[in-house]
Structures are given as C-alpha cells and as structure tokens.
Design a protein around this ligand. Structure first.
Ligand code: ATP
Ligand code: MG
Length: 137
C-alpha cells in the first residue's frame, strides 16, 4: 500500500477549508495516517521546494508557503500518489477538472490550496522532510 505527502496550503488553511479538503481525500479512498499544523519559515519552504529554485515563481512560492500555517499530512491508499494528484486537479485551477480540490477551492496557479508528491521518490523524501518514524505508525 502506497503513501504520499500532502500539504493543505496557506490560502486554504486561512479560509478554514481543512475539513472540506480532507473529506475529498477520504471520499476518494485515501486514509489520513498522519497530520499536523505547522508554520514554515521562508527558508524551510525554500528547502522543501528546492527543485523549483531556478523557476521565476520560486520567491513568490516560498513567501506564500510561509505566509500562514499549513497542514502537512501523509495519505495512504492503493496508488495513493496518482490518486491524490487526481483528486487535487491540475496545477492551474483554470485547467482543473470538475469536482477536484483545485477546481473548487484554488484561487490561482500559485495559491492553489494543496500540494501532493509527484513520484515514489519525492513521496519518500517529502514524508521524511516533515515526519519522524515515531509519528508514522
Ligand atoms: P505541487 O508541487 O504544489 O503539488 P504541482 O506539482 O501541480 O504542485 P509544480 O509544477 O510542482 O506543480 O509547482 C509547484 C507549485 O508552484 C505549484 O503548486 C504552485 O503553487 C506554484 N506554481 C507553479 N507554477 C506557477 C506559476 N506559473 N506562477 C506562480 N506559482 C506557480
Ligand atoms: Mg509539484
């Protein structure tokens, strides 16, 4: 059974949407096996998103991700990585399919409510970035 790292981003925590977003995950058959609310520093956000450090939106992304608390979580299920990305919808909400989290809740391509790991390697790295072994049963 697969696990993936999910983040409910500042635009969504600020609008009190954590429960509605979690309901989407659970309806899709994803189980929330770990979850906590944290406030990232800009440096920590930058480290998490290091793969995007050369992109023009990197500064804006780090500022946004450290602007308010986020909810970081581990989701578990069959094909959890792909299933989560399906439930999230396209990065740009204008392109997101009906019923997806980003279609319903995202404000823009930057403030797009959720993050999800994009491969088994990134899921492993990203889960380890936020959670210790003791927090994962
Ligand atoms: P995430 O990694 O957050 O799950 P993603 O994999 O769909 O999203 P990426 O290409 O990895 O998209 O981009 C990471 C994040 O950077 C996006 O979710 C978004 O918040 C931000 N971002 C991406 N493209 C842009 C852009 N053109 N302008 C502003 N922010 C952007
Ligand atoms: Mg990504």
């Amino acid at each position: 059974i697969e696990r993936t790292l999910s983040i409910i981003k500042p635009d969504a925590t600020k609008r009190n949407l954590t429960g509605k977003i979690n309901a989407k995950f659970e309806e899709a058959g994803l189980r929330i096996v770990a979850q906590k609310r944290i406030h990232l520093s800009a440096a920590q956000a930058g480290q998490f998103y290091a793969e995007h450090s050369e992109r023009p939106f990197y500064g804006e992304l780090c500022e946004f991700m450290s602007s308010e608390p986020v909810v970081v979580q581990v989701l578990e299920g069959e094909g959890a990585i792909a299933k989560n990305r399906e439930v999230m919808g396209a990065t740009n909400p204008a392109n997101a399919a009906e019923g997806t989290i980003r279609k319903e809740f995202a404000l823009s391509v930057g403030e797009n409510s959720v993050h999800g790991s994009d491969s088994p390697d990134s899921a492993k790295r990203e889960i380890g970035f936020f959670f210790s072994g003791l927090e994962l049963v």
